[in-house]
Design a protein around this ligand. Structure first.
Ligand code: ATP
Ligand code: MG
Length: 254
């Protein structure tokens, strides 16, 4: 399971994000971006952040450290804005915290270049997890101390919104034509050759073990959180072997 911290002060909402994440301080003296369990799609977004973020980290990508952040809704009482108050009040208990990369710049595909190897690794990974939120309009990539960091993996693994159809959904191709890194001649073949063999059932079991039980409990059709963890493993494992052949919309691929 992810490490736990307790939010001690709400600093400000981060207005760039559609889901209105917050910036908070915690009892471990960390400053975190807090993703609310009471926002939009709720806890499935947070589960996706954990599975995809922790998988990315283990494959060698830079991803800010993740924790669960316990939130006492009382922290929101002084918030002047109704929408922020509502989020804080509706998100008591476990939320997701992500290390705040202070001073990071949003990646701009027109201002930075990325080499084809790194672009290939990121495009392949986004295809694997079906990330629809890494477009040139909204790259969800940060530049920090000269390196590229991956954030915002809530809109991935669309199949976890409909488990009975998950296998069919995960068999579909990935459209990379809008991808933020499509213009950098991503070498997805090299990335697949290196990364696909690393995506084993054991690694995926390790990753899904990080998901807090409270975000898994009560899913229709699954008796226990561990049953649901196993359901997250299957589509990713199957997709790792084949997805490089099913990436549409970038040069050199179909
Ligand atoms: N770990 C971080 N360190 C620094 N800044 C961050 C971090 N996480 C997010 N941000 C900033 O906050 C913005 C919103 O975060 P994020 O994209 O995760 O939220 P979202 O609500 O899911 O956004 P979206 O509108 O893309 O759906 C980012 O674009 C970035 O500018
Ligand atoms: Mg975002």
């Amino acid at each position: 399971m992810l490490k736990e911290a307790i939010a001690t002060r709400f600093i400000t909402p981060l207005r760039e994000g559609g889901s209105l994440p917050g910036l908070v301080e915690a009892d471990d003296l960390g400053t975190y971006v807090l993703k609310f369990t009471g926002a939009g799609q709720g806890r499935k977004t947070l589960v996706a952040e954990v599975v995809v973020g922790e998988l990315a980290r283990r494959l060698g990508f830079r991803v800010p450290r993740l924790v669960t952040l316990a939130l006492d809704p009382v922290l929101g009482l002084g918030e002047p804005e109704q929408q922020v108050q509502d989020l804080l009040r509706g998100s008591g208990g476990a939320n997701l915290g992500m290390d705040f990369l202070s001073g990071a710049l949003g990646f701009d595909p027109l201002a930075f270049t990325v080499d084809p190897r790194e672009a290939g690794r990121i495009v392949w990974f986004d295809a694997l997890v079906n990330n629809v939120d890494r477009s040139w309009r909204n790259p969800n990539l940060l530049m920090w101390h000269g390196d590229l960091w991956l954030i915002d993996h809530g809109a991935t693994m669309i199949w976890h919104h409909n488990w009975p159809g998950a296998e069919a959904s995960a068999a579909r191709p990935y459209d990379a034509s809008d991808h933020a890194l499509a213009r950098f001649r991503p070498d997805v073949e090299a990335a697949a050759a290196h990364l696909a063999p690393l995506v084993t059932e054991d690694l995926l079991a390790e990753v899904t073990a990080e998901i807090p039980d409270v975000w898994l409990a009560g899913e229709p059709g699954f008796a226990t959180p561990d049953d649901l963890r196993r359901a997250y493993v299957r589509p990713l494992h199957a997709r790792a072997a084949v997805i490089h052949d099913r990436i549409n919309g970038i040069e050199g691929t179909k």
